[in-house]
Design a protein around this ligand. Structure first.
Ligand code: FE2
Ligand code: FE2
Length: 280
């Protein structure tokens, strides 16, 4: 392989002509060698189709798969059913009121819910519609119950109580997060190289869902959930559900019997979140 030296880049890399004039003959020869070796490495990496720097150091899907039997629980299990990170055992849960509201679930089962609260706070600050703000607030809360396919699970959990647009936004944010849309301000999150593997390709049902939503008149609803989805959390940010109580009041049909006791097709899902210690 022949490697052309970019003279200007080489001179600049040494600090310019004045700096090179101060160097002895040996020193210049060494510098040239270092430069060409470095360039050679880059050229080889490019020729071999090596991954971009941002993907380096992340596991492959095969490596993640090999870790399955080193785990004590499945990766898709709901947060309420396993110890919190850094803990060895689960903690006792506070009892729920007899007719619990969405706010009760935030306070007693979804807490600390930093991720969704920070996402909704960002949506509020960036002037999103109330439906988008609500979708951001709810979009990952079903993680308490289950994480795998959480877009579909989450949409189902909320469907009887929110508008169709909010349900749509929650359901499809799961698929859209794998597909960048720089015009809308969404790039593929680097964290996904770590979570899914650097060679991850979304499965066919996710690709299909993406194709369907991409041409849907409500495309921007789930897209804006992904735009406000935060992959780097500020652990010091003080977030609470209080600023969203009015938006919940206007956009969430709270059943008077309480979530889990209204006889809706998803009441059992709410009861499971309320009582994850129930043996059967
Ligand atoms: Fe999500
Ligand atoms: Fe999220």
């Amino acid at each position: 392989m022949s490697l052309e030296i970019d003279r200007r880049a080489f001179i600049a890399s040494l600090g310019g002509v004045a700096a090179i004039n101060l160097m002895g003959h040996e020193e210049r020869a060494d510098a040239l060698e270092d430069y060409t070796l470095d360039e050679l490495d880059k050229a080889v990496a490019q020729a071999q189709g090596q991954e971009p720097a941002q993907q380096q150091g992340y596991p492959t899907m095969a490596q993640l798969d090999a870790q399955v039997e080193a785990r004590v629980s499945r990766r898709g299990v709901g947060n309420l059913f396993v110890p919190s990170s850094g803990e060895e055992k689960v903690k006792k849960l506070k009892p729920m009121p007899s007719n619990p509201t969405l706010k009760d679930f935030f306070d007693l089962r979804f807490a600390p819910a930093n991720h969704v609260l920070q996402s909704a706070t960002r949506a509020l600050k960036t002037g999103m519609s109330e439906e988008i703000i609500l979708a951001c607030l709810l979009h990952d809360t079903v993680h308490s119950l289950i994480k795998v396919d959480h877009g579909w699970w989450g949409a189902q959990l909320y469907e009887p109580y929110v508008s169709e647009k909010v349900t749509f936004a929650i359901r499809y944010h799961q698929a859209l997060r794998f597909f960048p849309d720089s015009e809308a301000g969404y790039e593929y999150p680097e964290m996904y190289y770590r979570l899914f593997g650097k060679d991850y390709e979304p499965p066919p049902y996710i690709q299909e869902a993406y194709k369907y939503v991409r041409h849907h008149k409500w495309y921007m609803e789930p897209r804006l959930v992904t735009v406000n989805d935060l992959y780097s959390f500020d652990p010091k940010a003080v977030v609470s559900v209080d600023p969203f109580v009015d938006i919940i009041g206007r956009n969430f049909k709270q059943p008077k019997e309480g979530l889990g006791h209204d006889g809706s097709p998803v009441a059992h899902m709410w009861r499971t979140i309320a009582n994850p210690d129930s043996p059967l």
